[in-house]
Design a protein around this ligand. Structure first.
Ligand SMILES: [Zn+2]
Ligand SMILES: [Zn+2]
Length: 371
């Protein structure tokens, strides 16, 4: 074992750290889940409510499993760990969730209200992404010494949390240009033709059209100095993993999605291909940031992979301003910005600029006057 690994206080079996972190995660899911049961009108996304009602039994089971897991792992961590903070936090969350009814919590009335928080969206994504990516990044790490709770993980978690809980505001801003300026351009006859095309063709159109738009928006955010200040926030992580991709300025997020949204709004794709496309790109956007060493030899020029996007995030001079595509490297290849030399970049982050390391500092960064 290397010297660094011996002194690494994290994630060695028998020290109560793994159980503590997992316990807190499950505690947050259990406690947040109970809040969603109690106040569905305030803490759940309206579009998902019918699905929750149809599968209530399954969601109660997830809640029960999270509660029992938080309790058990919290207890284990308290016994094993010298610092009992994580274990006690997990236990406190589990007890609070249990006292509020646990998996048997009654479902509150959905009153109509003008705003909601996407707590459900945050909890389910957090649970799903942790379950998929934490083991993947431990087993196939590109940087094996990088911890799960690496430097700045809490900052990225704040970006993740705010982006999900504030889903209503983000979605509103993304849809605003389409609904304010392009309603006149909607043609029901044209939309009916688009939606009548084969499933695979609609999916391919979504992929190619939106990636083309996103390629040029992304180039603009790199080349226009005022826009770069917003996008620099996304480039500021010096450690890549599934969570690092969440770091983004809200202006960057909204600009990158508002135009594709407008296109979808005008084209009128059928719900099926649209849902598959959105699920696919949501997963892909997380995956390309992951700390995973797979290089996909046959696919690396067909689809953006961690190797492709890690180069986009590099500080090394050879890779700066390359690989702008989000999903299809073909655009970088066409416009001469593709770069994948067959090894991994050395340093990640923003070169020549130091960004604030707080959430609010990063939101204010583009508006700061510079000497
Ligand atoms: Zn970029
Ligand atoms: Zn990125």
């Amino acid at each position: 074992m290397s010297d660094a690994a011996i002194h690494d206080p994290e994630f060695r079996f028998g020290e109560g750290r793994i159980s503590g972190v997992l316990g807190v995660l499950l505690g947050v899911v259990a406690f947040g889940g109970v809040l969603c049961f109690w106040f569905p009108g305030l803490f759940t996304t309206p579009d998902a409510r019918a699905m929750y009602a149809a599968h209530l039994g399954a969601f109660r089971m997830i809640l029960q499993a999270a509660l029992v897991g938080a309790f058990f792992l919290g207890f284990l961590s308290v016994v094993l760990s010298r610092s009992r903070r994580l274990g006690l936090t997990a236990l406190a969350l589990a007890v609070a969730a249990g006292l509020m009814g646990g998996a048997q919590a009654k479902v509150g009335v959905v009153e109509s209200r003008p705003f909601y928080f996407g707590v459900d969206y945050f909890l389910l994504e957090l649970l799903a992404l942790t379950v998929v990516f934490v083991p993947l990044e431990r087993l196939f790490a590109r940087v094996p010494t990088q911890k799960v709770l690496r430097a700045d993980w809490w900052l990225d978690m704040k970006h993740f949390l705010i982006g999900h809980v504030g889903v209503q505001l983000v979605s509103f801003l993304i849809a605003l240009p389409a609904h304010s300026f392009f309603k006149w351009a909607v043609s029901p006859a044209f939309q009916a033709k688009v939606a009548a095309q084969p499933f695979w063709l609609q999916f391919a159109e979504l992929l190619f059209l939106i990636d083309f738009l996103n390629y040029w928006i992304h180039v603009a955010f790199h080349k226009v100095p005022m826009l770069w200040k917003f996008h620099a926030v996304h480039h500021s992580p010096e450690h890549m993993d599934w969570l690092a991709g969440s770091r983004s300025h809200i202006v960057d997020t909204v600009a990158n999605r508002a135009l594709p949204y407008t296109l979808i709004f005008l084209m009128g794709f059928a719900p099926g291909p649209l849902l598959v496309y959105i699920s696919f790109v949501s997963f892909q956007a997380v995956f390309i940031h992951a700390n995973v060493r797979w290089t996909f030899p046959g696919l690396r020029w067909a689809l953006a992979t961690p190797e492709f996007h890690h180069w986009h995030h590099c500080k090394d001079a050879e890779g700066i301003d390359t690989n702008f595509a989000v999903f299809l490297p073909v655009y970088d290849w066409l416009f001469r910005t593709a770069y994948m030399p067959g090894y991994w970049p050395k340093d990640l982050g923003v070169s020549g600029e130091t960004l604030p390391q707080t959430y609010l500092g990063q939101m204010a960064y583009p508006f700061k006057r510079r000497a």
